[in-house]
Design a protein around this ligand. Structure first.
Ligand SMILES: [Zn+2]
Length: 276
């Protein structure tokens, strides 16, 4: 069912990764350790841990729920983006993890007796996330000059969300817009969490922009979303703006539930609801 092939990392490769300072994250499920490394510290729109979570959903749809109930380890420090995604689709994490080599790593995990541990390289799954074609529609001639015109366009986009079989979530009709300072429509995105649980509309919108433009979202850009951003999306937006206090996040419909209260955007008073 999945088209992403993963290979195994050798013990020597693991030793070498652990000796370097570059970001890594891993999670153990039974006798497999799903491993992601090789991101640069300057990479936008992902940490090693968020990339690992997105990759697990991309490659192991059937098992992802079980894998991500386990503790994730990363050598990176706390960051809002990691914490936000963990709260919505993960469970536990240890930041600032360090081990000198594979033997120390296994003993820290209490695995010293287990001979057969497989280190599964998630790099190709991560490449699949990076290359995933995300639904984005452009209407170049329609500047978004009011919340009302944003609302109309969001409604139109929501109606165009392809109806697909739900793998994880029931399909929810959520769309998002990125609008420039003069009302110019920069990009659009819709919720695709039936394909990969991490692909909420706002994540699609932000990652599309960062990975195409290779810059953070500039000041005075606005984000319109049909529903209130959850903790994962709020954190992604927050960490992806050059100066979030100079951006506006406007949503139309409130969402109840623990994933959508007390987000980083709420805590910093950076999003607001407009009742349509
Ligand atoms: Zn979300």
């Amino acid at each position: 069912m999945n088209s992403v092939r993963s290979s195994s990392l050798s013990f020597e490769e693991i030793d070498s990764i652990l000796r370097q300072e570059s970001p890594y994250a891993f999670v153990r499920h039974q006798n497999q350790i799903f491993w992601l490394s090789g991101l640069s510290r300057e990479f936008l729109g992902a940490t090693a841990a968020t990339a690992l979570m997105q990759s697990v959903f991309e490659a192991h749809r059937d098992l992802s729920f079980f894998i991500l109930r386990q503790r994730i380890y990363t050598n990176e420090p706390f960051c809002e983006m990691t914490a936000g995604m963990l709260k919505v689709i993960g469970k536990r994490i240890e930041y600032d993890f360090r081990a000198q080599g594979r033997v120390e790593l296994l003993s820290k995990l209490g695995l010293s007796d287990i001979v057969e541990v497989e280190f599964v390289d998630m790099q190709s799954s991560w490449q699949a996330v990076l290359q995933r074609k995300r639904t984005s529609v452009f209407f170049k001639d329609e500047p978004i000059l009011s919340a009302e015109s944003a609302y109309k366009l969001l409604a139109r986009l929501q109606s165009e969300i392809p109806k697909q079989k739900a793998l994880h979530d029931q399909p929810r009709e959520v769309a998002a817009l990125l609008v420039g300072p003069a009302g110019e429509l920069i990009s659009t995105a819709v919720n695709e969490s039936v394909l990969n649980k991490t692909l909420h509309a706002e994540i699609n919108l932000v990652q599309n922009f960062l990975w195409t433009e290779k810059i953070k979202i500039p000041p005075y850009y606005k984000i319109y979303v049909s529903h209130k951003p959850c903790k994962m999306c709020a954190a992604m937006i927050y960490e992806s703006c050059e100066n979030p206090s100079l951006n506006e996040v406007i949503y139309f419909q409130n969402v109840e539930g623990r994933h959508s209260v007390n987000t980083v955007l709420d805590r910093r008073h950076l999003n607001r609801q407009i009742i349509s």
